[in-house]
Design a protein around this ligand. Sequence first.
Ligand SMILES: CC(C)(COP(=O)(O)OP(=O)(O)OC[C@H]1O[C@@H](n2cnc3c(N)ncnc32)[C@H](O)[C@@H]1OP(=O)(O)O)[C@@H](O)C(=O)NCCC(=O)NCCS
Length: 114
Amino acid sequence: MAQVDCDEWAIARMSRPTWVAISQGEIAGFIDMQSNWLIDMLFVHPEHQRKGVATALLARVETEAGAAEISVLHTYSSLIAQTFFEVCGFTLLLARSVVVRNERFRQAVMEKKL
Ligand SMILES: CC(C)(COP(=O)(O)OP(=O)(O)OC[C@H]1O[C@@H](n2cnc3c(N)ncnc32)[C@H](O)[C@@H]1OP(=O)(O)O)[C@@H](O)C(=O)NCCC(=O)NCCS
């Protein structure tokens, strides 16, 4: 399992906006956005998956992008999330293999024209 670097995590949270979905007082999921309009993180708690939480979080980001007159969003999706992003209108640009903290992952570079 990949290890979490707490300092790296804190820097990431402070450096970019993060939107959090709350369900009955608990965090159900979150999404963040880098300054270049790259969705870096999108996670939904397993107990809240397949209830539209990620769809709602993405819609919130798209509203922000629309207000900023941004025409395209990008993400480096996990294999698990690729279908979600496709359902939400993203297209696959490139599938690649990356190594993060000694773990190899398959990554889908995707974009959505708004
Ligand atoms: C991928 C993820 C963000 C989806 O969150 P979610 O809140 O469950 O997604 P939604 O309920 O909004 O799903 C909307 C649609 O996307 C598709 N979808 C979502 N998760 C899917 C999955 N695991 N497999 C296939 N299709 C999926 C479905 O069409 C779904 O509609 P349906 O439930 O009516 O069939 C969530 O499963 C997750 O956090 N996974 C682990 C972390 C991860 O890989 N994050 C991405 C990093 S880039």
